[in-house]
Ligand binder design. Structure first.
Ligand SMILES: Cc1cc2nc3c(=O)[nH]c(=O)nc-3n(C[C@H](O)[C@H](O)[C@H](O)COP(=O)(O)OP(=O)(O)OC[C@H]3O[C@@H](n4cnc5c(N)ncnc54)[C@H](O)[C@@H]3O)c2cc1C
Length: 369
C-alpha cells in the first residue's frame, strides 16, 4: 500500500553543476480527464511533469518517488509514461505515478549533401515538428501531418498515414532504462519497427522512457502521393507540381474532413489495427465479399479494418455515451462521460461481430491502461 502520510503536494528542486531543474511538483489524486484524448475521467495516485532529462532523473531518484512512493512503485514499476494521451484508453484508476513528458526543443544537429538530421525533444507536439520540417523545406514527414501526440510516442507504434511511416525518416533515439537509469541509444534497426509496432510495444514495453528522437530528413524530396485522396485533392486545387507544403496541406484538409477532433468528441483515432492475412484468406473472403478492400503488405495482405466494421453494421452505432463514428467506422468515440470499461465493452462487441462475419480477429491499436 502507498503511504497515506504523504502531503497533498510534493515539491522539490535539485540543482547540479550545469543542469537546470525547475521546481518539480508531485500531485496526488489527479484527474487524468484532460490528459487523454478519449476524455475518460479516472484518477492517478500521483502525477508529475518533467521538462528535461535532468528533471526526469531527479523525479525518478527523488526521495518522494524512490522512498515514500517506492515500496510499491519502484518495486512494481507502476510508472505510466504519458505524452499527449492520444493513443491510450484508461480503463481504471491509475495506481502509481503518471509522468508527463514535456521535454521540448527542435535542433538541426548535422547535415550533408542529401540529408538534414534534426533532433526533437520527446515532449514536442508531433504536428509542431512536422510544421517545423515543412517550414525548413525538410522532406519525409509531410504525409504524417496532423497526427496527434508527441514526438517521443511516435516511435512506440511507428506512426503511419497516407503511405508513410515514422521509420522511413527515423534516424536514432535516446531513452532512459527505467530499471537501471542507464541512457540508451536506439538505431532504426534496434527499434524493430513493424506495422504500428516497435520493440517499445513488445519486448521493451514500459521499460524505457524516450527523451529525444533524431530524424533523417531529405533535401531532395521524394513525394508519396498515391495513397488515399492526396492526388485527387491536389488536382482539385490545380496543383500539378506539388511541394512538401502542398502535400502537408492536402493531408491536413483530408484528415480534418473525416476524423473527429478529440477536443470536441473523445477518441483515440483508429481503435483497431488493419489485419494482415494470407492470400488464401483474401481469396476465400472475396468469394463471399467481392468488394473486400485489401492491399499487399509484406508477405500478406492488409485488410481495411474500417471496411470490415462498417460491413458488420457498426458505422454510426451509438450506445449510451459510446459509439462508432459515423464518418469512419474504425474510430470509437466517447460522446461525453463514458467510462473506459464502456468503450472496452463496445470494442469487444465489434470484435466478436467482425469475427462472426469474416472469421477475422481485430487487434486493438490503442494501448489499454
Ligand atoms: C484523431 C486521432 C487520429 C490519429 N491518427 C493516427 C494516424 O493517422 N496514425 C497513427 O499512427 N496514429 C494515429 N493516432 C494515434 C496517436 O496519435 C499516436 O499513436 C501518437 O503517437 C500517440 O502519441 P501520444 O503522445 O499521445 O502518446 P500517449 O497516448 O501519451 O502514449 C501512447 C503510448 O506510448 C507510451 N509513451 C508515450 N510517450 C512515451 C515516451 N516518451 N517514452 C516511452 N513511452 C512513451 C505511453 O506509455 C503509451 O503506452 C491518432 C489519434 C487520434 C486521437
Amino acid at each position: 500500500m502507498v503511504s497515506t502520510m504523504l502531503p497533498k503536494l510534493q515539491t522539490f528542486a535539485k540543482r547540479r553543476a550545469g543542469s537546470k531543474i525547475n521546481m518539480i511538483h508531485i500531485q496526488q489524486h489527479t484527474s487524468l480527464q484532460s490528459f487523454n484524448a478519449f476524455g475518460v475521467d479516472v484518477e492517478a495516485d500521483y502525477f508529475a511533469r518533467f521538462q528535461s532529462e535532468e528533471e526526469l532523473i531527479a523525479l525518478l531518484s527523488s526521495p518522494e518517488v524512490s522512498v515514500d512512493l517506492s515500496s510499491d512503485y519502484a518495486h512494481q514499476k507502476k510508472i505510466l509514461l504519458l505524452g499527449a494521451g492520444s493513443n491510450i484508453l484508461l480503463t481504471k484508476h491509475v495506481e502509481g505515478i503518471v509522468l508527463k513528458n514535456e521535454i521540448g526543443g527542435i535542433d538541426i544537429v548535422h547535415q550533408d549533401d542529401d540529408y538534414v538530421y534534426v533532433k526533437a525533444g520527446a515532449g514536442v507536439a508531433w504536428h509542431e515538428f512536422v510544421l517545423y520540417c515543412v517550414e525548413h523545406h525538410l522532406g519525409g514527414v509531410e504525409n504524417l501531418s496532423l497526427i496527434p501526440g508527441t514526438v517521443g510516442a511516435a516511435p512506440i507504434q511507428n506512426i503511419g498515414a497516407y503511405g508513410v511511416e515514422l521509420k522511413d525518416s527515423f534516424y536514432t533515439l535516446r531513452a532512459l532504462d527505467v530499471d537501471t537509469h542507464e541512457w540508451l541509444n536506439f538505431s532504426n534497426h534496434d527499434c524493430q519497427f513493424g506495422y504500428r509496432s516497435s520493440i517499445f510495444k513488445t519486448k521493451l514495453k514500459n521499460r524505457v522512457i524516450i527523451t529525444s528522437v533524431t530524424f533523417k530528413l531529405t533535401k531532395k524530396h521524394q513525394l508519396h502521393l498515391t495513397y488515399g485522396a492526396i492526388k485527387e485533392h491536389l488536382t482539385l486545387k490545380g496543383i500539378e507540381t506539388p511541394t512538401i507544403r502542398d502535400v502537408s496541406g492536402a493531408v491536413i484538409a483530408i484528415r480534418q474532413s473525416k476524423l473527429p477532433d478529440p477536443r470536441k468528441i473523445g477518441n483515440a483515432g483508429s481503435f483497431f489495427k488493419n489485419p494482415v492475412v494470407s492470400a488464401e484468406v483474401v481469396e476465400h473472403l472475396t468469394q463471399t465479399f467481392p468488394d473486400l478492400v485489401s492491399n499487399k503488405s509484406g508477405d500478406g495482405f492488409k485488410l481495411a479494418a474500417g471496411w470490415l466494421i462498417e460491413k458488420a453494421g457498426w458505422k454510426g452505432y451509438r450506445e449510451g455515451q459510446v459509439g462508432c463514428y459515423d464518418k469512419q467506422a474504425l474510430v470509437l468515440v466517447n460522446y461525453g462521460g463514458a467510462s473506459g470499461a464502456e468503450i472496452v465493452a463496445l470494442s469487444q462487441k465489434i470484435q466478436q461481430s467482425v469475427h462472426d462475419k469474416f472469421g477475422i480477429l481485430l487487434e486493438p491499436e490503442v494501448n489499454f491502461v
